[in-house]
Design a protein around this ligand. Structure first.
Ligand code: PLP
Length: 294
């Protein structure tokens, strides 16, 4: 991955009335070490993050990403991020993104062990090439996430609705999917409902209705899914949040995994059984997702 830019942030208190945050930013060499060995993000994955898609220098859906960062911070008992400060940092980062597709990452960690403040930083890197996933599609397998649909409400300390830095399990699920001859995974609950993919939201189409699993604390509320649902609704389609039995995935008229950087990847097979792909609709979705969105 080509890292283009990195900015360390001295996090402002949420009631800080400043409007100019330049003094709180320190540009660092993105290819040089920048964290201390006591960092809790690296020792424990104790922190939260966001990945924002950038197209030709325009950072997409910044408000939705900042709102989810604040939501994750609340769930993790981290100090509330000062959103105008983070927005200013995103602006600084986007200016270094260049032409084509890039990704801005926002990271807020609990900080250094026994230290006084969180550690925060922003990076910009070139995005990968997702043309094949967007046009030819991806094969998925369903993988049991090992908890029931009602577990998140009963065990909020599992932080299931927060975008935490602890993604080792998500990455392990993608490796398992590849071992099974697929490209990606769709998590299911132990009582048989679909949830999300390790790094994407799931959208199904049945007739003219688009549906996605309700973000009831067990999954992230995807910014791409939200944006796409608004667009589909404006185009006259019906959209909705449902509790979706796992068996509905293989019988859907079409399905996609959607996320900020890969965008809409049509699902071509579920557990080895083929699923129809609507190439024109997928191309229209990706054209919308690549257009400047706020
Ligand atoms: N669900 C999970 C677990 C994710 O990691 C992601 C994105 O990385 C998403 C859903 C999709 O979120 P977004 O559309 O905001 O990228």
């Amino acid at each position: 991955m080509a890292w283009r830019f990195a900015l360390m942030i001295d996090p402002a208190a949420s009631d800080d009335a400043r409007t100019d945050f330049d003094a709180t930013f320190t540009e660092v060499d993105p290819s040089a070490p920048a964290l201390t060995v006591g960092e809790l993000s690296t020792q424990r994955g104790d922190g939260i993050f966001e990945s924002i898609g950038v197209v030709d220098g325009h950072a997409q859906e910044v408000t939705a990403h900042l709102e989810r960062l604040a939501h994750s911070a609340r769930l993790c008992d981290l100090p509330a991020p000062h959103l105008p400060q983070w927005r200013a940092a995103v602006g600084r980062a986007a200016a270094h993104a260049g032409a084509g597709e890039s990704v801005i990452k926002l990271i807020l960690s609990r900080g250094v062990e026994h230290g006084p403040t969180p550690t925060a930083w922003v990076t910009v890197a070139d995005a990968g090439d997702f043309t094949a996933a967007r046009t030819d599609g991806i094969r998925v397998v369903t993988l049991d996430r090992g908890y029931r649909l009602d577990t998140p409400a009963q065990a909020p300390w599992l932080l299931l609705g927060a975008k935490t830095l602890s993604y080792a399990v998500n990455m392990a699920a993608i490796r398992e999917a590849k071992r099974r001859g697929a490209d990606d995974a769709v998590f299911t609950t132990s009582d048989g409902y679909v949830l999300e993919a390790p790094t994407a939201s799931l959208i199904l189409r049945r007739g003219d209705r688009f549906t996605t699993p309700a973000p009831n604390a067990g999954i992230l509320h995807g910014t791409t899914q939200l944006s796409l649902f608004e667009h589909l609704e404006a185009q006259g389609h019906e959209v909705g949040y449902d509790t979706i039995p796992a068996s509905d995935l293989a019988t859907a008229d079409a399905a996609w995994l959607v996320s900020s950087v890969r965008l809409a990847a049509p699902v071509t097979a579920v557990d080895g059984a083929p699923l129809p792909v609507d190439r024109d609709l997928t191309a229209a979705m990706n054209a919308y997702l690549l257009s400047p969105r706020d």
